[in-house]
Ligand binder design. Structure first.
Ligand SMILES: [Zn+2]
Length: 149
């Protein structure tokens, strides 16, 4: 099952949270996993903290968090000021993630494009793997892609 991007843009406007955030929440709810949202007591107010664990799910917009994908292309107008702003975001992200690791939290970053381009089934297994894993997920540099064949 795939999500139509136009539909997604419309849906983003309604209710709380972006569409990618809602997809993640729905997966967790469907799997019976309890969670907290936008945890104010932790650095960077992480999007999702799994109840009773030190596991965090971070849902990043590709443009604002500088994902190396098509959606993160910088507009040609005012390029240097965009770059400064986005580099600041990147540095802040790095600082926040470092703090979370030092506090003993583990995290997975889900990118907007990743959520849009993969099936719910794939995202569910990705999250289940992360929640079950004893390894430090935050240090695993994986290229996550769904296999279509
Ligand atoms: Zn992306």
């Amino acid at each position: 099952m795939y999500y139509d991007s136009k539909l997604m843009k419309q849906k983003t406007l309604r209710g709380k949270g972006t569409y990618p955030e809602k997809i993640v929440r729905r997966i967790l709810t469907d799997e019976g996993i309890k969670y907290y949202l936008n945890v104010k007591s932790l650095p960077g107010k992480p999007d999702v903290l799994i109840k009773g664990t030190k596991k965090i799910i971070i849902i990043n917009g590709c443009f604002w968090h500088r994902h190396a994908c098509k959606q993160s292309l910088i507009p040609s107008k005012n390029q240097s000021s965009w770059l400064r702003r986005l580099q600041y975001n990147q540095m802040r992200d790095f600082f926040v993630l470092t703090q979370l690791v030092l506090l003993g939290y583990d995290f997975i970053i889900l990118w907007e494009c990743e959520i849009k381009n993969n099936s719910t089934q794939f995202l569910t297994s990705l999250l289940i793997d992360f929640l079950k894993s004893d390894e430090k997920y935050s240090f695993i540099n994986t290229k996550r892609k769904e296999q279509h064949d």
